[in-house]
Write a protein that binds this ligand. Structure first.
Ligand SMILES: Cc1cc2nc3c(=O)[nH]c(=O)nc-3n(C[C@H](O)[C@H](O)[C@H](O)COP(=O)(O)O)c2cc1C
Length: 402
């Protein structure tokens, strides 16, 4: 989980659409990520969800009437809340709300707050497909975008009204992700980061291959974190089931040789290389064009291997002022093996971790790692989520070399 929302003031603006109930889930996700939420509803939103639910879940009063004088903070609530906000999320944003916001209309509490807010504002449209695709709505969305607001596009699918197409509110976890991104400092802006992730597959025939249990989670976390921090990120990924991180250019490859080709090809446009992929050291010398059939007579089969290109070593030789970070997954003598790899391959830093345990290494969401630096320093952060470790790694790279 990202720390971007910790102790941040988030205003959740809810307008009168079918998806208003999904704002409840979003509120809970923001609160779980450490954000303090204030809900401001349009009068029509109250026909869909009652303010009590939002009040109970946020632990704070809900505002829906510009002229409501009740409560201790009633004075000029729309201005106070706007000024205190670190971000505003409009979810769901009706076609009507989008129209008013885009055209500077402030005729209720929410639209007046929007006019006064100076923080990032996320607009999450949700409406019937024909409404969404209508010219006025598209024109208003475009206007909001060119005013610098972030539009979180709706998903496609079958709508509550039966039409099929775009218009469903973006999923709450995706809105949360966008909020976190909006609040993450852009300290990697202008940096070009190449990340490798996942395993490689070394085929024996079209249906069989040698590989390893890498799921790519660590590398994807690094790529996503760097993108959130403003870097221009290229992710070169072996075969994994993860979706490409938002805002990351992703090239999918299969074998070590494919990965090497892409990495070397893109090296000239890179400032920082972080190699988290678990690349096969060897590949079968012969690859059959067709599926190899079982030989009933043979009790044993042997396979001859040949060496794959050593991507990291070659990068170390072509370093040319770049920052080069490797990963070492070991089953024993972590420090000795990791430091040896860092030295042999001319790396600036290596992230070592012991694999095989349930909460570290392949497939786990957490990682127990040790950072080894070229100057002999080392550091063992506590067991943490891979996304947190990714941010810590970027913090350390920044402190030492940027
Ligand atoms: C049952 C029902 C569902 C509606 N769902 C949506 C919706 O999903 N999106 C939308 O933009 N408008 C929807 N509307 C229309 C809005 O409620 C209407 O435009 C209203 O003026 C919006 O007010 P507000 O933007 O101030 O909340 C719906 C209306 C009804 C009666």
């Amino acid at each position: 989980m990202s720390r971007a929302l910790l102790h941040k003031e988030i205003v959740l603006g809810v307008s009168g659409g079918i998806a208003a109930y999904k704002a409840i889930e979003l509120l809970r996700l923001i609160a779980r990520a450490g954000g303090a939420v204030r809900v401001i509803m349009t009068a029509n939103a109250r026909s869909f969800v009652g303010p009590m639910t939002f009040e109970a879940l946020s632990g704070r009063p809900v505002c829906s009437d510009l002229f409501d004088r009740s409560g201790r903070d009633a004075a000029i609530r729309h201005i106070d809340w706007a000024q205190a906000a670190d971000a505003v999320a409009l979810a769901p944003a009706t076609g009507n709300l989008i129209g008013k916001f885009a055209n500077g209309i402030a005729d209720d509490a929410l639209t007046t707050l929007l006019m006064a807010a100076t923080c990032p504002i996320l607009v999450c449209p949700a409406m019937n497909t024909h409404m969404y695709e209508s010219r006025p709505v598209q024109r208003n969305i475009e206007r909001l975008r060119s005013d610098g607001h972030r539009i979180i596009p709706p998903g496609s699918g079958e709508m509550a009204c039966g039409t099929v197409g775009p218009g469903r509110l973006a999923e709450p976890p995706d809105i949360l992700y966008a909020l976190e991104t909006a609040l993450t400092p852009k300290d990697y802006r202008g940096k070009r980061v190449l990340v490798t992730a996942g395993p490689t597959r070394e085929h024996l025939d079209p249906v069989r291959f040698l590989s390893n249990p890498s799921t790519g989670k660590m590398g994807y976390a690094v790529a996503g974190a760097a993108a959130r921090r403003g870097a221009d990120v290229l992710l070169v990924s072996g075969p994994v089931t993860l979706a490409a991180p938002i805002g990351v250019k992703t090239i999918r490859v299969t074998s070590a040789r494919d990965m090497a080709d892409v990495v070397f090809d893109r090296l000239a446009e890179t400032d920082i290389v972080i190699k988290a992929a678990a690349v096969a050291d060897y590949r079968p010398r012969d690859r059959a064009d067709q599926k190899v059939k079982k030989d009933d007579r043979a009790a044993h089969q042997s396979v001859a291997f040949e060496k794959n290109p050593d991507i990291l070593k070659t990068l170390g030789e072509r370093k040319n002022g770049r920052i080069l970070v490797g990963f070492a997954a070991e089953t024993e003598r972590l420090a000795a093996h990791a430091v040896d790899k860092m030295t042999r391959k001319n790396l600036d830093m290596i992230v070592g971790n012991i694999v095989g345990g349930p909460d570290s290494g392949f497939g786990a969401d957490t990682n127990q790692a040790t950072f080894f630096y070229r100057n002999g320093d080392s550091e063992t952060p506590p067991l943490m989520e891979k996304t947190d470790l990714a941010h810590l790694l970027l913090d350390r790279i920044k402190e030492r070399w940027l």
